[in-house]
Design a protein around this ligand. Structure first.
Ligand code: XBP
Ligand code: MG
Length: 253
């Protein structure tokens, strides 16, 4: 039976609820700054999350809702500039300290570190966003706890393609069945599963209705001693929080 060597964490929606009050707000601030009358409401943004990646999401929205809109600059460059402004606003929101980690995230990361289980990140978002989130929530040296931070444009195709997970496996010289991926969305689950990695889902309000067929366990959060998780699908073996014992048992599923 394979033994657990690494936990691979998604970021947005998994480590923290960054979408609704972070990314969405940052997009809207960038739109206003660029004198666009675009505004993404909370429900609108839920739909737009089907498109992974901020630049891809802006491009999709322009094509769908404003197909005749043509900026002065080349469209691709214009999207990249607008997205750079969005990243600036997003990092400012994180630096304001308004977005905490989800229940159980810090506990599980610390348990893994103490036990010598390796850590990695596999995300669609921009690398600098990950660094600021980790520094603000886990402390200034915490990015170094993660052996690989695979993010954004470091791979050619974003989730639901498996590229970002292949990148992590290759960089860590690990087989997929030695790892557990932690994801919050259908797109993330598809990416990890296509790379052959057993995947635990910790869902949130934006992803509650997603199809999680194929996940080894679906919970509403990772749980704390005084805040047990609810198992939505799969068998948690009487566990009430996600720890290494449960993670190891899930690899044999
Ligand atoms: C989340 C995403 C990201 C963010 C925006 O992916 O889809 O695109 O919404 O980030 P994951 P950028 O859950 O895999 O991290 O604007 O920096 O692309
Ligand atoms: Mg996610």
């Amino acid at each position: 039976m394979p033994s657990l060597q690494a936990l691979i964490f998604d970021v947005d929606g998994t480590l923290a609820d960054t979408e609704r009050h972070g990314h969405r707000v940052a997009f809207n601030r960038a739109f206003a700054e660029a004198n666009l009358d675009w505004n993404w409401s909370e429900p609108d943004y839920g739909e737009l999350l089907e498109i992974a990646g901020g630049k891809e999401r802006i491009q999709f929205y322009r094509n769908r809702d404003y197909p005749t809109f043509q900026p002065d600059a080349d469209l691709k460059d214009w999207v990249a500039d607008l997205h750079r402004a969005k990243t600036r606003h997003y990092k400012q929101l994180l630096q304001d300290g308004i977005i905490p980690l989800r229940p159980g995230v810090e506990r599980l990361i610390r348990e893994a570190r103490d036990a010598g289980v390796r850590l990695a990140i596999a995300t669609t978002t921009t690398p600098e966003n990950v660094i600021v989130l980790l520094e603000m929530t886990l402390g200034p040296d915490s990015p170094s706890w993660f052996e690989v931070i695979a993010a954004g444009d470091m791979v050619p195709v974003k989730k639901p393609a498996p590229d970002v997970y292949h990148y992590v496996l290759q960089a860590m010289h690990l087989a997929p069945d030695e790892c557990l991926a932690l994801e919050d969305s259908y797109q993330g689950l598809q990416a990890a599963m296509q790379a052959g990695i057993p995947t635990l889902i910790t869902l949130n309000d934006y992803t509650r209705q997603h199809d999680f067929t194929g996940a080894v366990l679906v919970v509403d959060h990772l749980g704390e001693p005084d805040l047990p998780f609810q198992a939505i699908a799969g068998y948690p073996n009487h566990a009430t929080l996600v720890n290494l014992e449960l993670a190891r048992s899930l690899l044999s599923k």
